[in-house]
Design a protein around this ligand. Structure first.
Ligand code: NAP
Length: 284
């Protein structure tokens, strides 16, 4: 298959690029973080996106482009709308014209976090800009004949570089981690799992919404401590307290993954996933 990864310089995009390139023809794009083999593309430029996708004519487009920080989205709502929604709309329309599969990475933040273990068919109820813009983008992808929406809660992993590794960046540079909501219940997904899941869903000709997460649910503080242990001996976490936060954290942003499990898709446990990352760090 020919696959285009929009945002191939990010945490998830870099890993998708590495894994999918083994068996598929893969073209990746970046904007501010150049990397060998990637092509520059500003996904907010509708015309450039159309020209690029027409030229490459892929079977599958994976759109990971986003403003992922919920705080940045709240501070800059028009940028959040542009990066999270308008780009998704542009890409959706071109994929429809080209009859390409579109895979869109969404988030459990489409919910309010009051319940947790959300199923795919539950009505979204976002409580911040990040979630709002993801819901708007999902509606565009849901209109497509070949549109896949992957709802993810939290991702972790090592992309082989010391840049764009999400929370691991702070740990690599031995910085303090500031946590607004240590008790928020999360459901981490090893980034390595996603490449195989995407190919499997595309080959099964699936469309619509799929929750993709690991099997374990745990408080954010415990999750971050486990990540720290991979790299540094001393924990450096400061708890901010919720009243000082610009974005109200979701209490429980976990997802029900029975739909993918019924399709025979399994994700790594946090214990196994952390061991995989540990081995990758040792051999890098
Ligand atoms: N991180 C999480 O825990 C998490 C949880 C749930 C869902 N998700 C979703 O998963 C996806 C990937 O997340 P991530 O953590 O891998 O994100 P990331 O590391 O922040 O990567 C974002 C990517 O978007 C690219 N980008 C930003 N603006 C662009 C523009 N105008 N044109 C083209 N490319 C642009 C960046 O390229 P440059 O760096 O080259 O500018 C980068 O490759 C996102 O859709 C996110 O919402 C993430």
């Amino acid at each position: 298959m020919k696959v285009v990864i929009l945002g191939a310089s990010g945490l998830l995009g870099t890993k998708l690029m590495d894994i999918l390139s083994v068996e598929h023809e893969v073209i990746g794009t970046y904007l501010n973080t150049p990397s060998k083999g990637l092509q520059i593309l500003d996904v907010t430029n509708k015309q450039k996106v159309e020209e690029f996708l027409r030229r490459e004519s892929p079977d599958v487009v994976i759109n990971t482009v986003a403003l992922t920080s919920s705080v940045a989205c709240e501070r800059k709502p028009s940028l959040a709308k542009k990066l999270n929604y308008e780009t998704a709309k542009n890409v959706s329309r071109v994929c429809q014209k080209l009859d390409a599969y579109l895979v869109f990475t969404s988030s459990s933040y489409v919910f309010d976090g009051k319940g947790g273990s959300y199923k795919e068919n539950e009505r979204p109820h976002p409580i911040n800009q990040y979630g709002e813009t993801k819901v708007m983008a999902e509606k565009e992808v849901l209109n497509l004949q070949k549109g896949l929406i992957l709802r993810i809660d939290a991702i972790y992993g090592y992309n082989g570089k010391k840049k764009n590794n999400g929370i691991l960046n702070n740990i690599f540079s031995n910085k303090q981690i500031f946590l607004g909501s240590p008790n928020q219940v999360r459901q981490p997904l090893l980034i390595d799992d996603l490449a195989g899941i995407i190919i499997s869903l595309v080959k099964k000709k699936q469309k619509g919404i799929f929750n993709i997460a690991g099997p374990d649910k745990l408080p954010m503080l415990n999750f971050i401590k486990k990540l720290e242990k991979l790299i540094r001996k001393e924990s450096k976490i400061s708890i901010l307290g919720e009243k000082n936060l610009l974005v109200k954290p979701l209490k429980n942003s976990t997802l029900d993954i029975s739909k993918i499990n019924k399709l025979g898709i399994k994700t790594h446990s946090l214990k196994d996933g952390l061991n995989i990352v540990k081995q990758q760090l040792i051999s890098s």
